[in-house]
Write a protein that binds this ligand. Structure first.
Ligand SMILES: [Zn+2]
Length: 372
C-alpha cells in the first residue's frame, strides 16, 4: 500500500500525464539515473525475495542491512532528483524570461511599423506618397515606393518573428509541464520504494529478533530496548567512543551477562549454533564488551596483556575472550574456530598469534561479515 502522500502524488501525475496526452517525457537531463538505479535495486530486492528468504541469522542480518542501505540510497536519489529538478526549473524560468524580453522588444518595433503600414493601405493619398513623401521627380517616387515595399516586408518579418517566439514559448511551457509531471512521477516512485524497503527492513529485524529470542538471547535484558540487536543501527553505535557505548546499542549474547554490538552479537549467536552442533555445548565466553572503566581495570591488573584503555576492540563491542578449550593454542576447539569462524565474520587477528599471544581473543570483522 502506498502512503497517502504517494497515492496523492500518483493521482496528480496520472492527471497531468493524461492532460499532456501521453506518458511524460521531459527533455534530456530530466531522467535521473539515480532514480532508475534505485528502481533497479528494488526489482533485484523483489527477485531475491521470490527466490530465497533468509534462513539463518547471518542471512537475516545481511538482508536487513541491505534493505536499510536501500532506504538510504533511495533517499539520496530523491534528494539528487529534487536538486536536478530545481536546476532545470530555474533554467526554464530564465529561458521564459528571456523570451518575454524578446517579445517586448518585438512589440516595440511592431507597433510603429503596423501603424505605418495601416496608414499606407488605408489612405489612398499615402499610396501615391502625397503626404508621406514630398512630391518630386519620378526617381524620388520610385525610391519612395521601394521604401514602402521595404516597410511591408519588414512588417511581415516582424510578424513571422513574433509567431516563432510564440511557438518557442508554447514549446517551453509544454516542456516545463512535462518536467514537473516527470519529477512528480519519479518522486512518487522513490517514495513507494522507500516505503517498501522500510517495511522489508522492519520485518527482517523483527524476524531476526524472534530468532535470537529462540536461541535464548534476552534481547531486552536490563531494559536496553528491543533495538539493541537491530543490525541497521550499527552506524549509530559506531559513533560512540571506545568503551562508552550506551546499553541501547549492545545486544546480549546467549551467554548470560555478555554483550556485543548488534552485528557482532548476531554473528556470534550464529557461530555459537555451529559450535554447539560440533561440540555439544555452547561457546564458553569469559569476556565480551568492556566499558572504559572495565578496560582500565583489566589494563592495570594485567599490564602488557590488555590493550590500552580506549584502544581495545572490546570497547567497541566487537571482541570476545573465549574459554572452554579455545584459550589453549591448537586445541580441538581452537582449531575448529580457526577453520570455521570466518564463515560467520569472526577472526583470530594476526597480532593475537604473537604479540601479545592471546589464543582466547576473537573479533568480529565487519569487512568479513559484509561479504557473507
Ligand atoms: Zn580480548
Amino acid at each position: 500500500m502506498p502512503s497517502p502522500r504517494s497515492a496523492g502524488l500518483i493521482a496528480v501525475v496520472t492527471a497531468m500525464t493524461s492532460l499532456a496526452g501521453g506518458p511524460a517525457h521531459a527533455s534530456g537531463a530530466a531522467h535521473a539515473s539515480g532514480a532508475a538505479h534505485a528502481s533497479g535495486a528494488l526489482r533485484q530486492e523483489a527477485a531475491a525475495v521470490a527466490i530465497k528468504e533468509p534462513t539463518n541469522l547471518t542471512e537475516l542480518r545481511r538482508e536487513a542491512q541491505k534493505a536499510f542501505q536501500g532506504i538510504e540510497d533511495a533517499n539520496r536519489a530523491l534528494k539528487a532528483r529534487q536538486k536536478q529538478f530545481d536546476a532545470l526549473e530555474k533554467r526554464v524560468a530564465a529561458k521564459l524570461t528571456q523570451l518575454q524580453g524578446a517579445d517586448q522588444e518585438l512589440a516595440k518595433v511592431r507597433q510603429p511599423l503596423s501603424e505605418i503600414v495601416e496608414y499606407i493601405y488605408q489612405d489612398p493619398a499615402a499610396n501615391s506618397m502625397g503626404s508621406f513623401f514630398p512630391a518630386g521627380d519620378g526617381t524620388s517616387t520610385l525610391r519612395a515606393l521601394s521604401d514602402v515595399n521595404h516597410i511591408v516586408a519588414e512588417q511581415n518579418n516582424v510578424v513571422s518573428d513574433a509567431s516563432k517566439l510564440l511557438q518557442q514559448r508554447e514549446q517551453l511551457a509544454k516542456e516545463a509541464q512535462e518536467l514537473r509531471a516527470e519529477n512528480l512521477l519519479q518522486e512518487a516512485q522513490l517514495d513507494a520504494e522507500i516505503d517498501a524497503l522500510r517495511k522489508r527492513s522492519n520485518t527482517l529485524v523483527k524476524s531476526l529478533t524472534r530468532a535470537l529470542v529462540k536461541l535464548g538471547v534476552k534481547v531486552n535484558a536490563n531494559n536496553r530496548g528491543t533495538g539493541a540487536c537491530d543490525p541497521t543501527r550499527v552506524d549509530l553505535a559506531a559513533q560512540y567512543p571506545n568503551g562508552l557505548l550506551p546499553r541501547a546499542y549492545l545486544c546480549p549474547l546467549p551467554q548470560k551477562g555478555e554483550e556485543l554490538r548488534a552485528d557482532a552479537a548476531i554473528a556470534f549467536a550464529d557461530l555459537n549454533v555451529a559450535y554447539q552442533k560440533r561440540f555439544g555445548a555452547p561457546i564458553c565466553v569469559s569476556d565480551s564488551y568492556r566499558s572504559l572503566p572495565e578496560q582500565q581495570a583489566v589494563y592495570y591488573q594485567r599490564p602488557g596483556l590488555a590493550a590500552t584503555p580506549g584502544k581495545s576492540n572490546h570497547g567497541l563491542g566487537m571482541a570476545v575472550d573465549l574459554c572452554g578449550g579455545v584459550q589453549i593454542f591448537r586445541s580441538v576447539q581452537f582449531n575448529w574456530l580457526e577453520a570455521n569462524s570466518k564463515r560467520f565474520g569472526f577472526i583470530h587477528p594476526d597480532w593475537s598469534y604473537r604479540s601479545p599471544f592471546e589464543p582466547w581473543h576473537w573479533e568480529y570483522d565487519p569487512k568479513v561479515g559484509s561479504l557473507l
